[in-house]
Design a protein around this ligand. Structure first.
Ligand code: S3P
Length: 445
């Protein structure tokens, strides 16, 4: 399926100091999960602060198609009446997840535990992304791939298991999407489903399952890993969810404020789950002035306000074990690294190749067309920062929202403007990005 809007190019120009306070939209990961768990629960789930981006709206549509009652009750306020674990109805049309790997893969897990057949589809970017990593463990649990495009890709028809089996599964890569798909299928299985990951990925599914009444236990595994055990067939009960602001979206104004001289901004209500804060740790090591205030928690997900001031940055080495906690932030870190003095080495970025685009190549290309010296060595990205970025290039978005936002942030401080060939995909995760950045002082045009 295709994205219907025509391409909308935009130029970002050297801007005066960014100032002011902003709240970026709700966390994308938590928004998907609130809708999916709400649909699998009995009773009502009221969600506030939901991200009303295209990715999440596609998940809301899918939950409706599977039988849940999903309503928008106000500004970013939603209500879900669920059908209970394994209670999904057979959808009468393919489920279209647009650009969203998370929506698609998590719903595959939930469908795998229901006695229904559903077809999963998406846009050209999602159709190119690997799905075997999801359906392989689901097949061990009893689900069946009825048909798929070449290489096990979308469009893919999945038949859920009538009697799902609990499994013990070691994820081949640190992926919250794989882990979550197995856990969501495991909800319908009798007994304990266990996922073992050698490097911990974001744990929003586990935290929210607990919040909805499931029995789920997490233990450490090796130096950086976790073992998660879920007792199947719980009665999930609808529960209120307050969605904090998305740290992966906050990353763009944060880096913009660090590189635009004189900037001083506050980003409010940003989620600070330690499995999502790798970028903040890295930026601080680079010398960034990022001050955390008003630290608080909600339903297992902590949050804080961040005051970010323009800073002189220096190159650093980012260890590979940090990758899961900042997997979506390497593009914008590449921008910060280009403005730093010295070389930044980012190691172990293989997973970046299978995101909305090949983000390893796309980040290097974004920086190269802007006059930055970059190298890719195997799965490592090396950026030679010179304290300034020449700019002047046209950056290809490759249907990837985060490339568009990273390049626009870069253009606010580069010597010459930076043009992005298409901003339409920004609507998948941060529909208000352009007006919000303008309110802080960004010059786009
Ligand atoms: C997500 C997990 C990450 C991340 C994606 C959102 C999630 O993918 O890239 O944007 O909500 O589970 P992987 O865990 O598969 O790397």
């Amino acid at each position: 399926m295709t994205h219907t809007s025509p391409p909308a190019p935009l130029q970002a120009r050297k801007s005066a100091a960014l100032k002011g306070t902003a709240r970026v939209p709700g966390d994308k990961s938590i928004s998907h999960r609130a809708l999916i768990l709400g649909a699998l629960a009995v009773g009502e789930t009221r969600i506030s602060g939901l991200l009303e981006g295209e990715d999440v709206l596609n998940t809301a549509k899918a939950m409706r198609a599977l039988g849940a009652k999903v309503e928008r009750t106000g500004d970013c306020a939603w209500s879900v009446h669920g059908v209970g674990v394994a209670g999904f109805a057979q959808p009468d049309a393919p489920l279209d997840f647009g650009n969203s790997g998370t929506g698609c893969r998590l719903v595959m897990g939930a469908v795998a535990g229901a006695p229904i057949t559903a077809t999963f589809d998406g846009d050209a970017s999602l159709r190119s992304r690997p799905m075997r990593r999801i359906v392989d463990p689901l097949a061990l649990m009893g689900a069946k791939v009825v048909s798929s495009a070449e290489g096990g890709r979308l469009p893919l028809t999945l038949q859920g298991a009538r009697e799902p089996l609990p499994i013990v599964y070691r994820t081949p890569v640190a992926s919250a999407q794989i882990k979550s798909a197995v856990l969501l299928a495991g909800l319908a299985a009798p007994g304990v489903t266990t996922v073992i990951e050698s490097e911990a990925s974001r744990d929003h599914t586990e935290l929210m399952l607990k919040h909805f009444g499931a029995e789920i236990v997490t233990e450490p595994e090796g130096a950086h890993g976790r073992k998660i055990s879920l007792t199947g067939q719980p009665e999930l009960r609808g529960a209120p969810v307050v969605v904090p602001a998305d740290p992966s979206s906050a990353a763009f104004p944060m880096v913009a404020a660090l590189i635009v001289p004189g900037s001083d901004i506050v980003l409010t209500d940003v989620m600070t789950n330690p499995l999502r804060t790798g970028l903040i740790a890295t930026l601080r090591e680079m010398g960034a002035s990022i001050e955390e205030t008003d630290v608080r928690g909600d339903a297992g997900e902590p949050m804080a306000n961040f005051r970010v001031r323009a800073s002189r940055l220096k190159g650093v080495e980012v260890p590979p074990e940090r990758a899961p906690s900042m997997i979506d932030e390497y593009l914008v870190l590449g921008v910060a690294a280009a403005f730093a003095e010295g070389t930044t080495v980012m190691r172990g970025l293989k997973e970046l190749r299978v995101k909305e685009s090949d983000r390893l190549e796309a980040t290097a290309e974004m920086l190269r067309v802007s006059g930055v010296e970059v190298e890719i060595e195997n799965d490592d990205l090396i950026v030679h920062g010179k304290g300034h970025v020449p700019g002047g290039g046209i950056v290809a978005t490759h249907m990837d929202h985060r490339i568009a936002m990273s390049a626009l942030a870069m253009g606010l401080a580069s010597d010459k403007p930076v043009t992005v060939d298409d901003t339409t995909f920004i609507a998948t995760s941060f529909p208000d990005f352009i007006p919000m950045m303008r309110r802080l002082g960004a010059e786009f045009g």
